[in-house]
Design a protein around this ligand. Structure first.
Ligand SMILES: C[S@@+](CC[C@H](N)C(=O)[O-])C[C@H]1O[C@@H](n2cnc3c(N)ncnc32)[C@H](O)[C@@H]1O
Length: 231
């Protein structure tokens, strides 16, 4: 990967002014788009594998896992957990340095469906990582960012310790705004300076001297309870 990658360039100088209105609109009309059959199958098969291999182990989800390097690192760091990495790109997942680990599964699926299927099945997470999601920095791309996407409430319902990282400060500020707006949790954007890169994109950004940002929130949900607390 190149060392001179650029920070997302955007006409936005702060959180998008339409974000509160968009969140209100989303709240008034639930996301009813049917899930694609291939995502449904990928979800069910991944749950069957988990049940077969590690029933009852707490679950870590690495969403937008790219080539799966961070999912491998998580499976090593948390041997008592079961880790699922999900990405929609078969090409990225194919680059995964294949290693058989009993507590790791990599799944090709679109998270806009996978998160909803998890939520619908009552799955709850111990930890959830969303590392360097595509920023969609153009002003007209707001609704493509996960925190403005109609699936975001389902993602929050999965609970656990949720961490999102980006090299675009505004993405994390907006991410925190949406969490505060939807849950009342005091989510805050902080600077992130890792000792070593944990994902390919993090490596590329560190080598390009980018400032990195993250939000870490503790979501603790009762089923269908939107109120929660920082853990
Ligand atoms: C910028 S890359 C980051 C990859 C990895 N987390 C890293 O830090 O190296 C964003 C990833 O999100 C994935 N992605 C984007 N939209 C997705 C979706 N709807 N469902 C699943 N994966 C998606 C892309 O395929 C891509 O691998």
């Amino acid at each position: 990967m190149e060392r001179n990658s650029r920070v997302p360039s955007s006409a936005q100088t702060g959180p998008h002014e339409d974000l509160p209105r968009l969140l209100e609109r989303r709240a008034a009309s639930p996301f009813l788009k049917p899930c694609a059959e291939y995502n449904r199958r990928a979800f069910l098969e991944s749950m069957e594998r988990r049940e077969r291999v590690s029933p009852g182990k707490p679950l870590i989800l690495d969403s937008c896992c790219g080539n799966g390097a961070s999912a491998v690192a998580l499976a090593e760091a948390f041997p008592e957990h079961y880790v699922i990495g999900v990405d929609k790109s078969a090409a990225r997942l194919a680059k995964h340095p294949r290693r058989l680990m009993p507590n790791l599964d990599l799944v090709r699926a679109d998270l806009a469906d996978y998160w909803r299927l998890m939520h619908g099945a009552g799955v709850r997470l111990a930890r959830h990582y969303l590392l360097y999601p595509n920023p969609w920095p153009k002003i007209g791309q707001l609704s493509r960012r996960w925190h403005a996407h109609p699936v975001f409430p389902s993602l929050l319902e999965l609970g656990g310790r949720l961490e999102c990282r980006s090299n675009w400060r505004i993405y994390i500020e907006e991410f925190c705004f949406s969490i505060r707006h939807l849950t009342g949790i005091d989510a805050r954007c902080e600077t992130w300076r890792p000792d070593a890169a944990q994902t390919p994109f993090e490596k590329k950004y560190l080598e390009s001297d980018h400032e990195l940002f993250r939000a870490v929130v503790g979501l603790r949900y009762q089923e269908s309870d939107v109120r929660n607390q920082i853990s």
